[in-house]
Design a protein around this ligand. Structure first.
Ligand code: UDP
Ligand code: MG
Length: 320
């Protein structure tokens, strides 16, 4: 029996590229010698994306569609894709052709060699601009310093997992605030990387704003490191040391009337700044604890196409 490949594609307002993506990916998928399904996850698009996907699904039974009730974000879309796919290998990729479909045969080669996880690492990202590229490399440096878990530099949301890794992700990584590619890199199993060049977006514009990326980075650090929480201990130690030094200095300076108004003001500001920073950091952790406690669904499916029979099992996944 031929093996099945699932290709999960997250879609948010991508009407401009969907047809082109379908054509390019379809041509590659027809040539790989595996059965395949092309699973589009419509993440609450407000444009004509869902209409186009429905049309594709009507034309071609390889095309499956999961459509959310609203926008839940790229990560939620990938998780829904993993939940609904049945492949022996599952590839997650973007709809904008920045993740080239021509890499798919290379990925399958790795699976045939027995690998369970294939991370696609981009060598350059032409469309991101210098600021995004710099921010991205700083982010990976920082997270690698802060966390015990090691992250691949420039790992992208382009990755492939075997069915048993997908099962681990479905069962055990249902956090509300998360960093999916971090989990993919750290579930273990035999893994390998392939480098690729991220081209420019085929059409449309990036859906990630700088603000979204910043929030995403903060969440990831909080998810993967407890070190910021310990900042309070270090800051406390430092303040105590400083206090002792000032005390000794005051005791041993003879005849000196209390002086140094500026010193007091500066020290005060400095101490309060540290204090509030730490309160803020604790707040970040608390907001994530709160999100986990509320246990709201990661995504809500409104409609599907060509997926009859799979909804119930994935619905269980929502509330895990
Ligand atoms: N995307 C999504 N939900 C969102 C934002 C983006 O499903 O809320 C999808 C988008 O359609 C694309 C992929 O995630 O397929 C990557 O987004 P984008 O290309 O805008 O990000 P960039 O490549 O600029 O980092
Ligand atoms: Mg893109």
């Amino acid at each position: 029996m031929r093996k099945l490949l699932s290709v999960v594609v997250s879609v948010y307002n991508e009407e401009a590229v969907l047809e082109q993506f379908y054509k390019e990916a379809g041509a590659v998928l027809e040539s790989i010698g595996w059965d395949y399904e092309l699973l589009f996850v419509n993440d609450g698009s407000r444009d004509g994306s869902f209409r186009i996907l429905t049309e594709l699904a009507g034309r071609d039974s390889h095309v499956k569609v999961v459509s959310f009730s609203r926008n839940f974000g790229h990560e939620a879309a990938m998780i829904a894709g993993l939940d609904h796919s049945r492949g022996d290998a599952i590839i997650c990729m973007d709809a904008d052709l920045q993740h080239p479909p021509r890499c798919i045969p290379l990925i399958l080669e790795k699976f045939e060699q027995g690998f369970d996880v294939v991370n696609m690492v981009r060598t350059k990202n032409e469309s991101a601009g210098w600021f995004k590229n710099l921010a991205s490399s700083c982010f990976y440096k920082l997270i690698n310093v802060l966390s015990d878990v090691k992250f691949e530099n420039n790992a992208s949301d382009f990755f492939a997992v075997s069915t048993r890794v997908a099962q681990v992700l479905r069962d055990s990584y249902r956090e509300k605030v998360r960093f999916l590619r971090g989990y993919v890199q750290n579930v273990g199993f035999a893994k390998t990387t392939i480098t690729y060049e991220a081209g420019v977006r085929a059409a449309g514009e990036s859906k990630y704003s700088i603000r979204k990326l910043f929030q995403f980075s903060v969440n990831t650090i909080v998810c993967f490191s407890n070190l910021p929480l310990k900042l309070g201990i270090y800051a406390g130690g430092m303040a105590a040391f400083l206090g002792v030094v000032v005390m000794i200095y005051t005791l041993f300076t003879r005849g000196g009337a209390p002086s140094g108004y500026a010193t007091i003001v500066i020290l005060n500001c400095f101490m309060f700044a540290i204090l509030f920073l730490i309160v803020g950091i604790i707040g970040e952790y608390m907001s994530i604890l709160f999100a986990e406690l509320k246990d709201r669904p990661i995504y809500i499916v409104a409609e599907t196409r060509n997926l009859s029979g799979r909804e119930e099992s994935a619905a269980d996944g929502d509330v895990n």
